[in-house]
Design a protein around this ligand. Structure first.
Ligand code: ADP
Ligand code: ZN
Length: 742
């Protein structure tokens, strides 16, 4: 009995057999070209009591099962494969490399709209696109200004559209549907569908004026342009060295030859400004893939890329799975960014996938960063990657000076040393902007009773709750649990509640009282939540509505703040003593990226790091010799300690409401792994976040100098583990090349 084998998104590694009668296949295209044409198509199949969408991987297979037990396919959903042969190949590789069920992997590769349990054919790609434009009636409204006076957002959108119609997908990055609806109801704007000509980006391509590259950029550009087959290149260029300008110039000849380019950026880096820079240079529209798109919009970009109707696609992590009809290059900007690694479910790293795909497509891959990951730097120094250096800032801007401020015994206000307050005053008086970084959002990391010493904890996570004054509550930053902010101590009833430590809210308040003549803005995940909030804040900052910027990591991510001349970093000493071997690397990246926000124009910038440990060798090395020196030294240290990237790791995590179960499972894992050659087993030990939502979390690190041996051992252990009863009693996962041990 011949059957087809289907990959279904369930946590089981095998394929599933189904009967199919080709005469029943209503899709003429598939039926005509025979069984093989089914490979990569989606089918709707019965699975237990459910109907599931599956992907056909094999046809004409002899089934090992009894024919009466095999069910029939309900419907073939596609007339041509949604998964090309290359994507199927990628899926199989990922399934082996990440030890993850093939069905779940393949479903991760597809846009959500195609994963859904819906029948219906894949829509032929949409040939029109929605735009918004001003209505003819709008010009008759002389009092538009007045009409919109009370809604700044509506007014902003109206103004934007005065210049001409704009694509809805672009507008949505910055404006909510409510704003669009409000203006539509006032009869000021309307939606129109504009027909998009196939491949017309090639005709539209026109190169705007561009700067003459400096010597280093010119060398980078010519080196990269010489590569016309698979080759990985790492651009290590200091902040503001003109990496983006290099990207713009290297893709120019590719676009001119009709080739497509995929550019990956960190989650927080996909702003209208970034997209605008590419659209302006080439006069074509750029396809964007980001988390604010709905399933249909995402599918549309995916299809347009696949059909070759987009020249440039810019997207976040999962856009690495975009197919291109005529691929020319993949670029991963800020390649060190942790958002490229998916931390749950399928724990893939988009940079690793990028290497696989570029090899598969035989096209160049460009990785760029001011603070490259030690993994990529190692590959570059080992000559596996081509190494391109941009050691100076482009144009006339100078690198900011970096300095340490010894705060031992210093008088402090709101966590800021008096000396720094004076420096801030000088810059503010001179009309410049100042940026203050603290790694905690909220008002304070703990609520403490002055009378009895009680600290309010989240019991499910055994962790102090963070005080949020603006939301007037307590929040657990591990499980997101929210509790009312008590007036009296829950333990002794006294009303002398105090807070401990400093977060962004308190810092903002403090700065407002220290500098009442200047306005302060807070940029953290609380204030940028919501569509277009971040880009609005960035715009307001660049228009100098605010002089003092307070924020968390978000501030470090690639934005340009030309008027910031002073960057102040508070409270990062704890990273110097972390048990995480990556903590120094992460700290150095953070400090370098933050300091890179300063002095971007002709103004000279300064970065000050407050510390209790000014003599610490890591800080000394970083401040005096810069990131590139620090990173090379850190690599050497990793080598002596036999740590990644010199050796390879996988991490097995287990979680359970019962501590002993979580540990017991990992002890069994450890026993399994110790049987293998060339394998080191470390642990089990508690995760950095030991308890979350009532679950105890532990991990086991398996390490080897040989990736091959590690891979084989993990594969065998994974099989054995899945068959052990205890594996059903804990939540467990395998993380290949882990970067986070929380
Ligand atoms: P990065 O991506 O490394 O942060 P950018 O490409 O954004 O750097 O460049 C930083 C700034 O320098 C930008 O304002 C850019 O327009 C400018 N710039 C880049 N290259 C040149 C050049 N060759 N001549 C003049 N200005 C340049
Ligand atoms: Zn909690």
């Amino acid at each position: 009995m011949q059957v087809i084998q289907v990959a279904i998104s369930v946590p089981m590694p095998q394929l599933f057999d189904y009967k199919i009668d080709m005469l029943d296949v209503s899709n003429a295209a598939v039926a005509d070209s025979g069984d093989d044409a089914l490979i990569g198509c989606r089918v709707l199949v019965p699975f237990g009591p459910r109907k599931c969408v599956g992907i056909v991987l094999r046809v004409g297979v002899e089934s090992e099962y009894e024919i009466t037990k095999i069910k029939s396919v309900l419907e073939v959903l596609d007339s041509s494969p949604v998964c090309s042969e290359q994507m199927l190949q990628l899926g199989k590789w990922m399934s082996e490399y990440y030890h993850y069920p093939i069905g779940e992997v393949l479903h991760t590769l597809l846009p959500a709209a195609l994963r859904k349990q819906q029948s219906g054919k894949t829509k032929p790609s949409v040939a029109t696109e929605s735009y918004l434009q001003l209505t003819p009636a709008s010009s008759a409204h002389e009092e538009v200004d007045e009409l919109l006076a009370r809604s700044a957002k509506q007014f902003d959108l109206y103004r934007m559209l005065e210049k001409g119609p704009l694509r809805v997908s672009i507008i949505k990055q910055q404006f909510t549907p409510a704003i669009i609806k409000a203006l539509t109801e006032k009869n000021l704007i309307e939606k129109i569908e504009l027909v998009e000509k196939v491949n017309d980006w090639k005709a539209e391509l026109s190169i705007a004026e561009k700067p003459v590259p400096n010597v280093e950029q010119a060398m980078a550009i010519s080196t990269i342009n010489l590569a016309n087959s698979f080759d990985t290149m790492l651009i290590e260029g200091v902040t503001g060295s003109g990496k983006t300008e290099v990207y713009l110039q290297i893709i120019e000849p590719l676009l001119a030859a009709g080739k497509q380019v995929l550019i990956l950026v960190p989650e927080i880096g996909l702003t209208p400004q970034t997209v605008g820079r590419f659209e302006k240079r080439f006069g074509i529209r750029v396809g964007t893939l980001h988390s604010n798109l709905n399933d249909t919009e995402r599918l549309q970009v995916w299809q347009q890329a696949k059909e070759g109707r987009l020249g440039i696609i810019i997207g976040t992590r999962s856009s690495i799975f975009t197919e291109m009809k005529n691929p020319g290059m993949i670029i991963v900007d800020e390649e060190h960014d942790e958002s490229f690694k998916q931390q749950d479910n399928l724990k893939y790293h988009a940079r690793d996938i990028a290497v696989y795909r570029a090899r598969q497509l035989n096209i160049p891959l460009v990785l760029g960063s001011a603070t490259p990951s030690l993994e990529s730097l190692h590959n570059a120094l080992e000559k596996k990657y081509r190494h391109i250096l941009l050691p100076n800032r482009a144009g006339s801007a100078a690198m900011p000076a970096q300095r340490l401020m010894n705060i031992k015994g210093q008088p402090m206000q709101y966590g800021i040393a008096q000396g720094m307050i004076d420096k801030m005053q000088v810059q503010l008086n001179a009309g410049n902007q100042v940026m203050v970084f603290v790694n905690r959002r909220g008002y304070a990391p703990a609520l403490l009773c002055h009378q009895c010493g009680h600290v309010e904890n989240c019991e499910r996570c055994d962790n102090p709750m963070t005080v949020h004054k603006s939301a007037n509550n307590l929040q657990c930053h591990r499980c997101a649990d929210i509790r009312h902010l008590p007036k009296n101590c829950p333990a002794c009833g006294h009303d002398e509640l105090d807070t401990f430590g400093i977060g962004t809210e308190q810092l903002q308040q403090g700065l407002e009282s220290l500098f009442p003549d200047f306005s302060t803005v807070r940029v953290d995940s609380d204030t940028v939540r919501g569509k277009g909030k971040l880009s609005k804040l960035l715009k307001d900052i660049n228009q100098k509505k605010y002089q003092i910027l307070v924020g968390t990591q978000i501030l470090s991510k690639g934005h340009h703040f030309p008027d910031v001349t002073l960057v102040l970093i508070l409270n990062v000493d704890s990273a110097l003593f972390s048990a995480d071997f990556r903590a120094p690397e992460k700290l150095a990246q953070l400090i370098t990226q933050l300091s890179g926000r300063a002095g971007r124009s002709d103004k000279v910038g300064e970065m000050w790091l407050q510390t209790h440990c000014p003599e610490h060798p890591l800080l000394q090395d970083l401040i005096n010799n810069g990131f590139s020196d620090f990173a090379r030294y850190a690599l050497l240290e990793r080598k002596h300690a036999c740590l990644p990237p010199h050796e390879h790791q996988i991490c097995i995590r287990s979680e359970s409401h019962h501590k002993h179960l979580s540990v017991h499972f990992l002890q069994l894992c450890a026993q399994l792994f110790t049987q293998f050659k060339y394998i080191k087993v470390l642990g089990p030990f508690p995760a950095f976040i030991e308890k979350r939502q009532g679950r105890y979390r532990n991990l086991l690190i398996i390490q080897s100098a040989s990736r091959k041996y590690l891979q084989q051992a993990t594969e065998q252990a994974n099989k054995a583990l899945s068959e052990m009863p205890v594996s059903k009693q804990v939540r467990w996962s395998i993380d290949v090349s882990p970067i986070d041990f929380s």
